[in-house]
Design a binder for this molecule. Structure first.
Ligand SMILES: Cc1ncc(COP(=O)(O)O)c(C=O)c1O
Length: 408
């Protein structure tokens, strides 16, 4: 009993120490128009963030937000379990369930709380929580809610997951926690393989914050991309990325939705997302439904950037989403590329991505709304740069290269 408690503590601790505690607050950016930011009195082209359809500043979302503000106010100022259940939430949940092809949807105030709420409803039902070593912090916190030992498996490694499951005891009932698409490099979880190794009674909880709206033939996310059904998967997503609004959502069966309603403190004890944001999310769903050309443009832009960079000698991974991560290189070269990007009028998207990378990396995010001029400028700037380490991959990127690129 004591050994189990100690192991639980140790595994939780291990998942946490991977965060870089030395980070300072980055400089503020102001968005200008569709694809630019103001930074130190300069207007620069922006290849970052997760608003890959540029809906966050779409006037139709703003109009929908204003309409909902006029109708419902800024805030319902109560939990939905008490007096805060406005009809706009049901409208949005119905639209989300339809959009994702799920039995039901349940809104949470933000995307971070979605896996947390799902895991609170699953507490006590599993023998182990198995989590990808690079899983988002929301999943690290969610896994702790199960009240069982947590084990970490190697990043996107179905074989390591299989071994971890087989070492968990004969009758283990694992809950597997993974991102759908990983934000540090755009790689995706091999959900189909994970499901093959899942024993009866097991479940996969997917944080699809980055995959939802983007991956799969119709943007339903990483489940659609992997061509898997929903039977043993709970999909969580955010409305703050591809959908340009705000809020979290759990997409699951009716009975599971009821369970969250009845037992998840992060649902019961929180005020739902403000009605104007729900109104904006409804508008975003409608825009993406009526304008499939946006997703086409996104992948055309991505294809252009990838093929041009490869032609220029960059070894760029075949990941299916709009994220283009450059291979790691030395600090001096990082500074040099930063200077060159700024000279070309491009904001340098240098990030240190928590668990997945100890050093600064360049991660470009391509949008459906970048113009050919923007894309050509990016490609020309990177093509003219020759770091000594070019062509070197991280182990992570090597794995990602073996997977298919085309949106399904
Ligand atoms: C994988 C993942 N999960 C959850 C979240 C949290 O979503 P939200 O910002 O809507 O709280 C993020 C946001 O950055 C994320 O990248």
């Amino acid at each position: 009993m004591l050994a189990q408690a100690a192991r639980h503590f140790l595994t939780c601790g291990f998942a946490e120490v991977k965060y870089d505690k030395s980070m300072t607050e980055p400089e503020a950016l102001r968005f200008v128009g569709t694809n630019q930011v103001r930074w130190r009195r300069r207007t620069l082209i922006y290849f970052s963030g997760c608003d890959c359809f540029r809906l966050a500043r779409d006037p139709r979302l703003a109009a929908a937000a204003r309409k909902s503000l006029a109708e419902a106010g800024l805030n319902v100022a109560a939990s939905r379990r008490t007096t805060g259940n406005h009809p706009i939430y049901t409208r949005l949940e119905t639209a989300l369930a339809k959009n994702f092809g799920a039995e039901t949807a349940l809104l949470l105030p933000d995307g971070y709380l979605a896996p947390l709420a799902a895991a609170q409803a699953l507490a006590g039902e599993f023998t182990h929580a198995l989590i990808d070593e690079f899983a988002h912090g929301a999943l690290v916190d969610a896994a702790k809610m199960l009240g069982c030992p947590i084990k970490i498996f190697r990043h996107r490694d179905a074989e390591d997951l299989r071994k971890t499951i087989s070492h968990s005891g004969k009758n283990s009932r694992p809950a597997v926690f993974t991102d759908g698409m990983f934000a540090h490099d755009g790689s995706v979880a091999p959900l189909r393989d994970y499901l093959k190794h899942l024993p009866p009674g097991g479940i996969v909880l997917v944080d699809d914050a980055h995959g939802a709206g983007v991956l799969g033939a119709t943007g339903k996310g990483s489940l659609e991309f992997a061509c898997v059904g929903r039977e043993k998967i709970i999909q969580c997503a955010t409305l703050s990325k591809a959908f340009g609004s705000y809020g979290g959502v759990v997409l699951a069966a009716h009975a599971f939705r009821e369970k969250i309603l009845a037992s998840s403190r992060s649902f019961i004890g929180t005020t739902p997302l403000p009605p104007p944001l729900a109104g904006a999310a409804l508008a975003a769903l409608e825009i993406l439904r009526c304008e499939p050309a946006r997703r086409r443009r996104l992948f055309e832009n991505l294809f252009f950037v990838r093929t041009q960079l490869r032609a220029a000698g960059w070894d760029i991974a075949d990941t299916p989403g709009p994220i283009v991560r450059l291979p790691d290189f030395a600090a001096a070269e990082t500074e040099e590329l930063k200077t060159r990007l700024l000279a070309a009028g491009i904001y340098p998207p240098l990030i240190k991505y928590s668990a997945a990378s100890a050093q600064w990396i360049f991660r470009f995010v391509i949008s459906s709304e970048h113009t050919p001029t923007h894309l050509r400028k990016l490609v020309a700037t990177l093509a003219a740069f020759r770091p000594r380490g070019v062509g070197k991959f991280s182990a992570d990127t090597k794995i990602a290269r073996t997977r298919r690129t085309a949106p399904r």
